[in-house]
Ligand binder design. Structure first.
Ligand code: CA
Length: 244
């Protein structure tokens, strides 16, 4: 079961707000609407969204001012903000980004563009949100110190293997395809062969030693991290490069 990403839509024009909300809902997001800064603040105090779509021109406090304020507040500083605006001047764009917006969409925009930008900021933010310790059975990963330990023994991982393990452990028991892993671990707009994933999975398992069986190959589907490996002998994972 996939959790729906929450999107706070701060937009004072009801027709536009409703159109955005309908499109978000239709595409698997959970929108919340606010028509001005005060309503948006109440929504943020109640539940933190995964991303904020923020109109520039609002009654009362402007979107630009809100972006600056939310970026400066401890509770909201990590929430991605996408500014919506009819202003498309370079200077305005820079002002929006300077205020702390992550991205910018010029009105009028297509649903496709809006969704692409939302997904892009969510992907970019994902590794930063995971600034914590995750544990899966006896495997421990500390994002703040970049340390990995199994049965209290420190393991030395390369940077890519660390990011890969971090992603898999943050989304345990779920199968991730090679293209999803390329997208989420290697980042946007990186064009790499899917075999790259296999190479790093192999290295990761070599480093994990006894814990290697916790990184399972799901034939024809991808990889997953599991606390309950199907096999603890290591026979199923050793050098298991699925045919492409
Ligand atoms: Ca407006």
């Amino acid at each position: 079961m996939k959790r729906q990403a929450g999107v706070l839509v701060v937009e004072d024009e009801p027709a536009i707000a409703e159109l955005i909300a309908v499109n978000l809902r239709h595409n698997g997001f959970a929108p919340t609407l606010a028509q001005d800064g005060a309503a948006a603040q109440r929504a943020l105090d109640a539940v933190l969204p995964d991303v904020i779509l923020l109109d520039w021109m609002l009654p009362g406090e402007s979107g630009l001012s809100l972006a600056r304020r939310w970026r400066g507040a401890a509770r909201t500083k990590a929430v991605p903000i996408i500014m919506l605006t009819a202003r498309s001047d370079e200077a305005d764009r820079v002002a929006g980004l300077d205020a702390g917006a992550d991205d910018y969409i010029s009105k009028p925009f297509s649903t496709k563009e809006m969704l692409a930008r939302i997904r892009a900021v969510l992907r970019r933010r994902a590794p930063e949100q995971a600034d914590q310790t995750v544990q899966l059975a006896n495997l421990l990963l500390d994002s703040a110190t970049h340390r990995v330990a199994f049965n209290e023994q420190m393991l030395k991982l390369g940077p890519t293997e660390f990011k890969l393990l971090q992603f898999l452990m943050n989304h345990p028991e779920r199968v991730h395809s090679r293209s999803q892993l390329l997208d989420r671990v290697w980042g946007d707009h990186v064009y790499l062969e899917e075999r790259t994933v296999d190479v790093h999975i192999k290295r990761l398992r070599e480093t994990l030693g006894e814990a290697a069986s916790m990184i399972e190959t799901v034939r024809g589907a991808g990889y997953r991290a599991t606390a309950k490996p199907a096999s603890t002998t290591g026979a199923t994972w050793s050098g298991d490069f699925s045919p492409t």
